[in-house]
Ligand binder design. Structure first.
Ligand SMILES: Nc1ncnc2c1ncn2[C@@H]1O[C@H](COP(=O)(O)OP(=O)(O)OP(=O)(O)O)[C@@H](O)[C@H]1O
Ligand SMILES: Nc1nc(=O)c2ncn([C@H]3C[C@H](O)[C@@H](CO)O3)c2[nH]1
Length: 211
């Protein structure tokens, strides 16, 4: 395996940023964090998804394009491992759900143009959890604009993630996907659970290094 590039994926509020921070600290990897508070469209998006989806999806895509270019230049090309709280494919999961079909087609073309030469992770961690757990965590985190999230939207996204990840695994058998159920494993309050995840990640990196 080349230099470790781990991405943590899963629906809103499942714990991606929290887990990627824990991995970064434990392994001394650089942590790449998604831009949230600076996003000028997100608040409006949750008020009216149909009205603001195109601007929102394009904004996320452009930001991720820039961030992936930056980590390639500053870290991965210098053999410095990175753990990110998203895989760039999340653009497609959200955009397919929020954009009308015609706009999605254009968006998908732009997505492929922008991402084809960007670094791809060699380990993916997929976190999933019940709607109840996601809602509780989003509420606990307390971002104002997320108070407007419709549970049906969240449920739909969780289902979209399941389908996307299964298709991804079938299409990319060479990229290990480690799945963890956030209802059963609590890497925030249980040091043993965190250790379990860290050892699985470590094992996967070591296995990759031997290939
Ligand atoms: N395993 C866990 N047990 C208890 N609380 C958790 C757990 N994971 C995350 N949390 C809490 O849930 C909230 C959401 O976590 P976090 O911000 O890491 O989610 P996220 O997946 O990165 O969200 P987003 O999709 O919005 O980027 C935070 O307040 C965090 O402390
Ligand atoms: N529409 C849309 N497209 C994305 O690509 C995307 N990525 C994240 N988000 C939302 C979820 C959280 O509220 C918040 C932080 O993850 O931003 C997105 N929303």
């Amino acid at each position: 395996m080349s230099v470790p590039f781990i991405t943590v994926e899963g629906p809103i509020g499942v714990g991606k940023t929290t887990l990627s921070k824990a991995i970064a600290e434990a392994q001394q990897f650089h942590q790449l964090r998604e831009i949230v508070d600076e996003n000028p469209f997100l608040n409006k998006f949750y008020d009216d998804i149909a009205e603001w989806s195109f601007q929102t999806e394009m904004y996320f895509l452009c930001n991720r394009y820039k961030q992936l270019g930056d980590i390639q230049k500053k870290y991965l090309s210098n053999e410095q491992p990175v753990v990110a709280d998203y895989h760039v494919f999340k653009n497609l999961i959200f955009a397919q759900r929020t954009l009308p079909a015609e706009e999605y087609k254009k968006y998908e073309e732009i997505y492929h143009i922008l991402t084809r030469d960007k670094p791809a992770p060699n380990v993916i961690i997929y976190l999933h959890a019940s709607l109840d757990t996601l809602m509780k965590r989003i509420e606990m985190r307390g971002r104002d604009f997320e108070k407007k999230i419709d549970p049906a939207y969240l449920q739909q996204l969780s289902a979209d993630y399941e389908v996307f990840i299964s298709n991804f695994e079938a299409a990319h058998p060479d990229i290990p996907v480690l799945r963890f159920n956030g209802d059963e494993i609590d890497f925030v309050n249980d040091a043993g659970d965190l250790q379990f995840i860290l050892s699985k990640v470590d094992e996967t990196i070591r296995k990759g290094a031997k290939q």
